[in-house]
Design a protein around this ligand. Sequence first.
Ligand code: DHE
Length: 563
Amino acid sequence: MKKSILGLFAVSAIAGAIGATGSAFAADAAGALTLSAEEKEKAKKIYFERCAGCHGVLRKGATGKNLEPHWSKKDKDGNMQEGGTLKLGQGRLEKIIANGTDGGMVNFDDILTKEEIALMSKYIQNTPDVPPEYSFKETVDSWKVIVPVDKRPKKQMNKINLKNLFSVTLRDTGEVALIDGDTKEIRSIVKTGYAVHISRLSASGRYVYVIGRDGRLSLIDLWMESPSVVAEVKIGFDARSVDTSKFKGFEDKYAIAGSYWPPQYVIMDGDTLKPLKVVGTRGMTVDGEYHPEPRVASIVASFIKPEWVVNIKETGQILLVDYSDIKNLKTTTIGSAKFLHDGGWDASKRYFLVAANASNKIAAVDTKTGKLAALVDTAKIPHPGRGANFTHPQFGPVWTTGHLGADVLTLISTPSDKKSDAKFKQHNWKVVQEVKHVPGNLFVKTHPKSKHLWADSPQNPDKTLAESVAVWNMSDLSKPVKVINVAKDSGLPETKATRRAVHPEYSADGKEVWISLWGGKTDQSAIVVYDDATLTLKKVITDPKMITPTGKFNVYNTQHDIY
Ligand code: DHE
C-alpha cells in the first residue's frame, strides 16, 4: 500500500508474512537487538505516536496485528500457531514498516527516516514494557480549575452564533480552532492535549470537551468573551473518547472520558471536571479469554435514559453505564464482537450501531431494552465515524457505514415506530444496499435537511482519491453525482505529499459541508467549505495557524447527534 501516509490506521499483515521468511526464532543475535536508554526512549515515543493506536500498548494487536516477540495461539481448528516479531527478523520488519503491506498496513517511509525504521524494527523484537498504571489519586492530582464556576459568565458574553460554531482539531499543534460558521473567522485557538481526537458538547451546548491522545481533557466555556479553557484533567496516558450526560435532569452534570492506557474510564463533574470515579475495563473477551488491555473506544450519551454506551475495543463488550447513582454504579454488559471502534445512533436514537472492525461486523445495541439488537455482517473493516441516517427510496430508514478495507458504503435498514415505515420492518438489520465507493474511507455524513450523502477516502493509496470526496444524491445511489477534488479546489500550491480530504461536517442549518484538507505539519492546510445544494465551492478557510486540521465538530449537530 504505497503512498498513503499516516500509520494511524495501519493494519499490519505481519501474520500473513509469517512463514514467508521460514527463519527460526532469534535469527538476529540477541545483542544486536539491545537498545541504549536514549534509543529506547525515542522508540517508545514513536511507538506511542504512530503504532499503539492500532497494535496496542502491550502489542497484543487489535486493528493491527500482534507485535510481541513471540506469540502462540490455537487456530479455529485447534492447531497451535506460532509467530512473532523475532521470527520475522530485522530485515523483514524493516521492509514491512517502510513499504506497508497488502493487508492494509500503510507505508512509513515518508514519515520515518531509515534509521528510525531500523530502530522501530529492533524495538518491537524486544519484550514490550508494561507502562505504569494511573490511579484515581493521580487523576485528582492532575485536575486544575482555571476559572471557577462562580467566576464564569452568567450569560453568553460574545456575539458568536454558538450553534454554528465549529471546534476544529489542529492535530499536530495540540490545539483546537474555534471557527465561526457564519463568518468563517477563527474566533480563538485554544491550547489542548496532544493530537486531539474529538470534541463533544454538553447537553446545553455551552461547554466543549476536548480529549487529547495524551489523555488530557480540556473544558472550554463558549460563553466567555473569548471562549477558552476553564478546567483540565489528565484521565490516562492515551485516550480517544469523551461524552457528557444528556438525559433530562442531568444536563451538563457529568462528563465521562475513556482511556486506552490504562484501560479504564473516568466519570467527572460536568462543569469542573472534578474526578468522581474511575472504573477499570480489564476482563474477559467475548471469546471468554482474559485480556489485559481492553481499551475504551467510542462513548455516546443516551437521550432516553441516564446512560452512556461505552464500547470496549478488545473484549467486544458494550457497556451501558447508568449514571443516575455514581456511587453505586450499575452497568449492563452486552457481548458483541471484536474489536469495537467508532459508531453512531440510528435516526430514532434508540439503537447505537458500532463497528466491530476486525470481525467485519456492525453491532447494534437497543438502549431501550438494554440488549443486543443485531450483529450485521458487512464488507471488510467498517469505519462509520458516526454513520449517516437517511430514508432510502426503496428500503426506508437506513444507517450507513463506510469501509477502510472495501470499496463500498454499506446501508443497513434500521427499525422505525412510524406507521408508514411498517412495510420496511422485513428489512430491519439487513444490509439492503452496498453503494460503490473506493477503499480507504473514514467518514460518511448527511443531514436531515440534505438530499446528499458525502464520503471521504483519505486512506486510499492513490493521491487523487485521498485528496477527493464523493457525493451521492440519496434518491439515486447508483453512482456519485460528483467527485470533488478538494485539494484542487483549495487553490493551495500542489505538494508532493498527499493532503488528505477528511471528515465532512455539516453546518447547523444543513446547508454547507466543511471538509478538512489535512496536509503535512509544514504544509499549508485548509478547511474547504461547499454549498450542499449546488455542490460548489463556497469558501476556503486558511491561515498560517491552520496546521493539520482533522475532525470538525459543529456545536449544534454534535450537541444533538445529528448525522
Ligand atoms: Fe479516530 C473517532 C480511535 C485514527 C480522526 N477515533 C474515533 C473514535 C475512536 C477513535 C475510538 C470514536 C470516539 C467516540 O465517538 O467517542 N482513531 C482511533 C484510533 O485508535 C486510530 C485508529 C489510531 C490512533 O492512533 O488514534 C484513530 N482518527 C484517527 C486518525 O488518524 C484521524 C483521521 C485523524 C486524527 O485525529 O489523528 C482520526 N477519529 C477521528 C475523528 C473522529 C474519530 C475526526 C470523530 C468522528 C466524528 O464525526 O465524531
